[in-house]
Design a protein around this ligand. Structure first.
Ligand code: CA
Length: 265
C-alpha cells in the first residue's frame, strides 16, 4: 500500500515531464537579461528555449523553428510586437500559436489592442518568473486540450473559427480580419439575407472609421468573392437589400454533409 503514493508520484512526474518536455518556447525580446532570466527558469522545467532579439528575426523564427509558444516583447528593434502578432494571426499555419506578451508597457490600451490582435495573455514587467512559467504551462495545456473545433463547411469551403483559417478545396485562403468576419457572419446566417447595415454593425465596430459607408461592405464582399474563387459565387447580392450566402446552389456537392472529407496531401 505504501507504494501507491510513490507510484502516483512517478506517474505525475512523468506526466509533468511529458507535458513540457516537447514544448519549444520562443522568446522574442531585445533585453538579453530578460531572455537569460526566462531561459534559466524554463529550461529546468523541460522546455526547449530559443530566442530572437529583434522583430524580423523573431518572425523568421516563428515560421522556421515552429515553436509551441511565443513570449513576445512589444518594444523591439525592427518590427514591433504588435506587428509580429498581427502577422502571426494572419497566417493560417501560425494563427493558433499561443502568444504571451511580456512588456514594460503597462497602459490598458496596449493590453486591449494586443488581446484584440489575438494575444492570449499579457504580463507586464517587472514580472514574477514563477508566475510567468505557470502562465506558460497553462497556455500550453489549453492548446493541447482544445475545445471542440468549430468548423463551418459549405461545399468545398471550410472555415475554422478557432484557427481563423479558410480553405477552398483544401487550399488555404488568406483573408483579412474583416473579410473573415464577414464570411463568418454570412455562413452563420444560414442563407438568411443580411442587410448592409446589419453587416456594417456586426463586422465593423462603431466609431472605428468615421467615413465608413455601406459601400465599404460592397468593396469587402467583392474582394471576398474573388479570394474564394469557385466558392465565391455563393455570396449572392440581394438587390437593394444586402447579401446572402447560398449553400445549395448547383456547384454544391449534395453528398457532402458535415463529415470530414479525407485530407488531401
Ligand atoms: Ca523591449
Amino acid at each position: 500500500m505504501e507504494r501507491c503514493p510513490r507510484f502516483a508520484g512517478r506517474v505525475a512526474l512523468l506526466l509533468l515531464l511529458l507535458d513540457s518536455m516537447a514544448s519549444k518556447v520562443l522568446i522574442v525580446e531585445d533585453e538579453q537579461g530578460v531572455v537569460h532570466l526566462l531561459r534559466a527558469r524554463l529550461e529546468p522545467e523541460g522546455f526547449q528555449v530559443i530566442a530572437a532579439y529583434d522583430g524580423q528575426a523573431g518572425l523568421r523564427a516563428v515560421t522556421e523553428a515552429r515553436p509551441d509558444l511565443l513570449i513576445l516583447d512589444l518594444t523591439l528593434p525592427g518590427l514591433d510586437g504588435f506587428e509580429i502578432c498581427r502577422r502571426i494571426r494572419q497566417q493560417p499555419e501560425t494563427a493558433r500559436l499561443p502568444i504571451l506578451v511580456l512588456s514594460g508597457r503597462t497602459e490598458e490600451v496596449d493590453k486591449v489592442v494586443m488581446l484584440e490582435l489575438g494575444a492570449d495573455d499579457y504580463v507586464t514587467k517587472p514580472f514574477n518568473t514563477k508566475e510567468l512559467v505557470a502562465r506558460v504551462k497553462t497556455l500550453l495545456r489549453r492548446v493541447s486540450t482544445p475545445a471542440l473545433p468549430r468548423v463551418l463547411r459549405v461545399g468545398t469551403l471550410e472555415v475554422d473559427l478557432d484557427r481563423y483559417s479558410v480553405f477552398v478545396a483544401s487550399q488555404p485562403i488568406s483573408l483579412t480580419a474583416k473579410e473573415f468576419e464577414l464570411l463568418k457572419v454570412l455562413l452563420e446566417a444560414k442563407e438568411r439575407t443580411l442587410t448592409r447595415a446589419f453587416l456594417l454593425e456586426r463586422v465593423w465596430e462603431y466609431g472605428e472609421e468615421l467615413e465608413i459607408e455601406t459601400r465599404t461592405v460592397d468593396v469587402h464582399i467583392r474582394s471576398l468573392r474573388k479570394k474564394l474563387g469557385s466558392e465565391g459565387t455563393r455570396i449572392l447580392t440581394v438587390r437593394n437589400v444586402g447579401y446572402r450566402l447560398d449553400a445549395t446552389s448547383p456547384h454544391v456537392n449534395p453528398g457532402s454533409q458535415d463529415e470530414q472529407a479525407p485530407a488531401l496531401e
